[in-house]
Design a protein around this ligand. Structure first.
Ligand SMILES: Nc1ncnc2c1ncn2[C@@H]1O[C@H](COP(=O)(O)OP(=O)(O)OP(=O)(O)O)[C@@H](O)[C@H]1O
Ligand SMILES: [Mg+2]
Length: 454
């Protein structure tokens, strides 16, 4: 804003100076032209007249020729002042002895400068001669008077320019204030939200301009932040809550320990068991926390058939079940082999937990609709329709309580599927039981961390 005013002021300055120079040079031109014109007028008068007496000739000329404003004429004859024009000049020149002498002695037309009571004067002397007489016409222009008019015009112009500049600055300042006011409001509100650490507050979005778009973008960012913080807070709450139970149990057992070695051995076994459980929960929580961060997956080319078969080999040790590979997808895809194995093992562990020895459990994989599907099928009680979404949450245990899992297994499966850009669902197995399907788009990779808040 400041430098703009400076540029405008500079432009005005240049304009005023140029006008001043142009008007002055025009003035010089005009004065010279006027003097030349008077000389030629006199010459034509003398040529046209039949009068040969210089006295009468000059007198006659003065009667027919009237000077313009800021101009005066007088004549000299035989070395002395002769006559002067009827109109009164701004200052008397015929009394200037030096000028009269110069005019009386001029042999040819001359011009020059003289000082007067009304400032500098530019004059011309045009001699007129006969055999017996010598006279001259003196034409003088009051140059400083004319220059004064130019000075007046340029000062008026300068004052106008200054006033215009002041008005422009004022208007610019007001307009800038008006344009910036909404932005200032946005900034202040944003600062207040930042200070209060209350992420539920939002900026007011008014109109459809850039400022409104800025506010909307800012609000959108706050939405995301608020959600991210809420997710994190819930996570910490849940973790703390779940870990409190085993801690209480351990504490209770230790406090009740007596002197009986047999009782104590039992208590120690219980405590160790509980600590193992805590350890597992902490590991699972760490996995879940990591799944929110970049670098969770290590992507490589994975043979799905090989993966399916190797999972079954690993889970056989989980319990005496009738294990079966239903189908294998003969395909390769970029994925994290270890994370996918981890997810399938969680599903199989659940299936084992919800079945009894001898029951059939099947794993399989196939390519369907451009996605790779990996599944685990059991013939246990299945998952009631109303729980089929819910059980993928953290610390959610549903239906008949068999065993005491923490409820983190399916949450881990879900986060691994999402990290691969896919998902997991549970269906009713035909003939009873549960069918868990992990579905990962074949066109891979995948690492889509935006997914979690969709
Ligand atoms: N194959 C299944 N058949 C029936 N219900 C199941 C099956 N798998 C999971 N569920 C239900 O879903 C709930 C959540 O499973 P999830 O694996 O998340 O937790 P968990 O197995 O109880 O504990 P964790 O896996 O952390 O040891 C289980 O408590 C159970 O009620
Ligand atoms: Mg589980």
């Amino acid at each position: 804003m400041g430098w703009m005013a400076l540029v405008v002021a500079l432009a005005f300055g240049v304009a005023v100076f140029a006008t001043w120079q142009i008007l002055l040079s025009r003035l010089d031109h005009r004065v010279n032209a006027e003097l030349t014109n008077e000389a030629s007028k006199l010459r034509s008068y003398v040529t046209a007249s039949t009068e040969r007496d210089i006295d009468l000739l000059l007198s006659g000329y003065l009667t027919v020729n009237v000077p313009d404003g800021y101009e005066t004429f007088f004549t000299v004859l035989d070395g002395r002042l002769h006559r002067r024009t009827f109109a009164r000049p701004p200052a008397d020149l015929h009394t200037d002895k030096a000028l009269v002498t110069a005019a009386a002695t001029a042999a040819k037309p001359i011009h020059g400068w003289a000082a007067s009571a009304a400032g500098r004067v530019h004059y011309a002397v045009i001699p007129v001669r006969s055999d017996t007489q010598s006279g001259a016409l003196v034409v003088a222009v009051f140059y400083d008077r004319l220059r004064g008019e130019v000075v007046d015009a340029v000062s008026a112009l300068s004052i106008t320019a200054l006033v215009a500049l002041a008005l422009a600055c004022l208007a610019g300042w007001l307009v800038a204030g008006q344009v910036l006011a909404p932005i200032r409001l946005v900034r202040q509100t944003a600062a207040r939200i930042g200070d209060s650490s209350d992420l539920s507050r939002r900026l007011e979005v008014r109109g459809h301009d850039d400022v409104a778009a800025l506010s909307a973008t800012f609000n959108h960012m706050l939405d995301r932040l608020e959600r991210a913080f809420a997710v994190q807070r819930d996570f910490v709450d849940d973790a703390g809550h779940e870990l409190r139970t085993p801690i209480t149990v351990v504490r209770g057992h230790l406090e009740l320990m007596g002197d009986d070695p047999a009782d104590n051995a039992e208590t120690i076994a219980l405590v160790l068991d509980e600590l193992d459980r805590m350890n597992r929960i902490v590991d699972d929580l760490l996995t879940l926390a990591k799944s929110q961060q970049p670098g969770f997956l290590t992507i490589e080319e994975v043979e799905i058939a090989d993966l399916t078969v190797s999972v079954l080999a690993k889970v056989r040790a989980l319990g005496p079940r009738t294990w079966r590979v239903e189908e294998v997808a003969d395909t390769k895809m970029p994925a994290d082999r270890h994370r996918l194995t981890q997810a399938l093992i969680q599903l199989v562990a659940n299936a084992v937990r919800h079945t009894v020895p001898g029951d059939p459990i099947a794993v399989g994989s196939a390519v369907r609709d451009g996605a790779v599907e990996l599944w685990v099928r059991d013939c246990g009680p299945g998952v009631p329709a109303e729980d089929r979404e819910r059980i993928f949450g953290r610390f959610v245990r549903a239906g008949s309580r068999t065993g005491e899992g923490a409820g983190l297994g399916l949450a881990i499966v879900s986060s691994i599927a999402h990290a691969h850009g896919g998902d997991v669902r549970v269906e009713e197995n035909h003939g009873g039981g549960a069918l868990f399907v992990v579905r990962i788009p074949h066109d891979g990779p995948l690492v889509n961390l935006e997914e979690e808040d969709g």
